[in-house]
Design a protein around this ligand. Sequence first.
Ligand code: FRU
Length: 505
Amino acid sequence: MVKKGLLLGCFILAAVSLSAQRTATIPYNEPYRPQAHFSPKEKWMNDPNGMVYYKGTYHLFFQHYPAATVWGPMHWGHAVSKDLVHWKQLPIALYPDKLGYIFSGSVVVDERNTSGFGTKDKPAMIAIFTHHDPKGEKAGSAKFQNQSIAYSLDEGLTWTKYKGNPVLKNPGIKDFRDPKVFWYSPGSKWIMSLATKDRITFYSSPDLKTWKKESEFGQVLGAHGGVWECPDLFPLKINGKEYWVLLVSINPGGPNKGSATQYFVGHFDGGKFTPIGSQTKWIDFGPDNYAGVTFGNTGNRKVFMGWMSNWLYANQVPTLKWRNAMTIPRELSLKLTAGDIWLTSYPVEELEKIVAKTIKVDAGLLAKDNNVFSVIKQTPAQYLLKFNTLAIKDYAVILSNTAGERLIVGFDAKNSRYYIDRTKAGLSTFSKQFAGKSYAPRLSLSPTSNFELLVDASSVELFADGGLSSMTGVYFPKKPYTRLSIVNNGMEIEKLQIQPLKSIW
Ligand code: FRU
């Protein structure tokens, strides 16, 4: 795609090295270790769980197997952050027990002490999670997944499982998991969204211990190429009007193979979710954003974080000490485009805290002639790349290294779609499903666009058109990518900037 003859403007940025900030004593510096994203210190991680904001701290629990770098008996790992950017990993929060492994779920703060586990002055944090009984599964029972609770009176450090577990018993549905709970004020009750095979079932409770079925949603709507998992239901406003958004992860059956997360916009009356429209919508079209949900207790702000992997190869990616990271936390908003309501995702503003500086690149170098191709020969270790395009034509941003590997993120004007091409991005023999190209439709109707890319040691996240089209992909080059090229085919680019990011570790 990049022809030498097209090289009209070429410039080199001074090397920006952040390695000095990563001293040898900090262990988070292995090859492929994300420097701007959360990853476990070591061993296996999948879904984010129990994300909640409480007393100035963001809690992130996560599916964790502390004995190996592959999936196994699930625990809840735990990490905390004051700013959604810097994370500190804490001791394991929940261990498997005689009822089974600790699968995905959520955490609420019981301010009204409805459960009686705390007091109104010292409310309990309550985890609602799936107990997955591997023995029952092996024995062929359909009832091996049940919902249980545990409480913490020390801000999430230690947890006590409720003696009356499970609190919601399986009625005979093989896939019966991933409870996401919130307090529904108009009805003074807790609402649980639960993934029940090919639909979401809503339950309500006065005290988190007894649950009543309210309704089901989705058996004949949305994508159904796989099992439904990890739901999340929350309100968001647009122009002062409130809508409810329901996130549903699905595996397999995503738009670019394997795992992905769809969403529905609609209304919720305290018992029933009614969607508006019937189009299947995806929160992120890239291959690596799964099982994402939002933090509880953040008021009107909705912050989402997903697992930056895909079940097609999550157990095989070539990291040695740990496996898999989370996406950057993203603020979700609703946007009206082409007569429909869409969800946008955009990195939380707190990310600016680690912007080391802003390097403005003279866009004049890129803009004047046809087919301008620019090269930045020494990029920072992790950075944000931002620019606006004054028209919308084919273009490509190419990250490459001296081993001849490259990852391309671009726009295909004919089909009006963004793409991530990791066909030649680095190691891929660990899975036949890994190399390839994934696409995201462009939803914006604007004749101009904006492009933002968050590049880390082994991932890119694209937020195009203000986050209307987003894509996430991981990659494993033999050598770090240090070169950056932009093929703009004569399309004017303005406000081109690179922001090196400090390591969060
Ligand atoms: C989604 C998922 C959940 C389940 C967990 C098990 O990635 O399959 O449905 O609770 O992972 O680790």
